[in-house]
Every structure is written in structure tokens, then in C-alpha cells.
Design a protein around this ligand. Structure first.
Ligand code: ADP
Length: 229
């Protein structure tokens, strides 16, 4: 699903590498945490996977395609198959829950019929079936992130990438969101989560890739945050 081989990334010549000689393989339907302190390279890795940036050298395959050789016209295909979840939610705040999820489907050209069927379904999956008509600004942080999850899965992506999805939430709410991501994973979607949240990583006992100064220094199945390196 995602495979990095001798991958290096630096933003500017002469600067330190943001990622240095990174190697890993993530299979379909895996759940993986990317952990490491600020500046370790987690966001850079996520940006590489969605091909917002290109590696300086080495190989990166996403959905079995080398992203460094992906022609521009294949980019929408790549991105349509990846659902993104953000720390700051990135929702249309003045619009309703329903509109936020529907918009993600309109963008890829789904039919009105498909949207009318799918949106209530994904809202139910995240427990927001009764909030469809509520404006985003009238929701709690946890509810807003549920909308973020509903939007991310609306187009049935093969993979979800979540960048600090619980960063703005209290511990109980964070756990709810992680449980939802876990359920999404159990339905077959690959889930990658970049996080600082030690409690969550330790509780879920999933695979952990641990980054330090741009290097992948630990890769453990059923990882414990503090044991990884
Ligand atoms: P993390 O997400 O783990 O906090 P990042 O991937 O954001 O780490 O950062 C890794 C390294 O790359 C850091 O040294 C950071 O300063 C550098 N970096 C990140 N983004 C940029 C950028 N747009 N331009 C230059 N350097 C960057």
C-alpha cells in the first residue's frame, strides 16, 4: 500500500534532511502510528504520501505506483483514494454537517442520488445521524472531528491519513475518535495516524513507526510509545 525505499527528503539544498534513508512497507488494511517529537519528519512523510511534495531521492510507492513517476493526470486518482483528517478539522464552519460531507462527494462528481444515500450512512457510522442539519460552529470539538472522519470516508478511500487527529481534543473525546478510526480500519481501510499522543498509542497496540531527526529508528508491531526506540 505504501512502500518507501532509501527515501530521502530535504526541502532546500544544503539543509539537513527532513527524512533520511527511510525504508518501510505498509500493507493493505494495516493500522499504523507515526510517532516522534516535533520536527521528527512525520508531516513530511504524510505530505510525501499524498504527493504534495516529492522525495529528493529514493523510491516511494503508494497504491503500488511510484509517486515520483506519477503523471499529473493520475494525481486526482491518488488523492481520491486517500481520506485526510486534520488536527484543526478544516471544515466549512458556516455550513451544516450534511453539507460538509456532501461537498467532498460533489467535488469528485458523485450523483445527487448517491450523495443522498451515502451522507446519512457515513453520519450514522460516526454517530452524528441526528446532527445532519446542525451548523459546524454549533458542535463540540469531538463532534467536529467526527464530521472530519465522515468526510474522509465519504468517498470510500482505500486509505485514511490522520495528522494529529486528537491534538485539539480532551482525552475521553480523543479516545472516541481513535475508536472510530479503529472501526474504520476493521472495515478494511488502511489507517495511518501521525500523533504525539502517548496514551493512545500505548492503548491501541498497533504498529508504530518511530521517527527521530528524520530517521526511522523503530518499527514495531503492537508498539508501546516509550519502548519503541
Ligand atoms: P513533524 O511533523 O514530525 O513535526 P516535520 O516533517 O514537520 O516534522 O519536519 C521535519 C523537518 O523538516 C524539520 O526540521 C522541519 O523544520 C523541516 N521542514 C518541514 N517543513 C518544511 C518546509 N516547508 N520548508 C523547510 N523545512 C521544512
Amino acid at each position: 500500500m505504501v512502500e518507501a525505499q532509501n527515501m530521502y527528503m530535504r526541502y532546500h539544498k544544503g539543509e539537513q534532511y527532513a527524512l533520511e534513508n527511510v525504508n518501510f512497507t505498509i500493507d493493505r488494511s494495516e493500522f499504523v502510528f507515526f510517532v516522534g517529537s516535533s520536527g521528527a519528519g512525520k508531516s513530511t512523510l504524510l505530505k510525501l504520501i499524498i504527493r504534495e511534495i516529492l522525495p529528493s531521492s529514493g523510491k516511494l510507492k503508494v497504491f503500488n505506483r511510484d509517486v515520483t513517476r506519477l503523471p499529473r493526470h493520475r494525481l486526482p486518482y491518488l488523492r481520491r483514494n486517500i481520506g485526510m483528517v486534520f488536527q484543526d478539522f478544516r471544515l466549512m464552519e458556516e455550513r451544516t454537517v450534511y453539507d460538509n460531507v456532501a461537498f467532498a462527494m460533489i467535488v469528485i462528481g458523485s450523483s445527487r442520488k448517491e450523495i443522498r444515500r451515502r451522507v446519512p450512512h457515513v453520519l450514522k457510522l460516526v454517530g452524528l445521524q441526528d446532527k445532519a442539519k446542525v451548523k459546524i460552529t454549533d458542535l463540540s470539538g469531538g463532534e467536529q472531528q467526527r464530521v472530519g472522519l465522515a468526510r474522509a470516508i465519504a468517498n470510500r478511500p482505500a486509505m485514511i491519513i490522520a495528522d494529529e487527529p486528537t491534538g485539539n481534543l480532551d482525552p475521553g473525546t480523543a479516545l472516541d475518535i481513535m475508536n472510530l478510526l479503529h472501526n474504520i480500519n476493521l472495515r478494511g481501510t488502511t489507517v495511518l495516524v501521525a500523533t504525539h499522543n502517548r496514551d493512545i498509542v500505548d492503548r491501541f497496540k498497533k504498529r508504530v513507526l518511530y521517527f527521530e531527526n528524520g530517521q526511522l529508528v523503530g518499527d514495531e508491531l503492537k508498539g508501546i510509545y516509550s519502548n519503541v526506540h
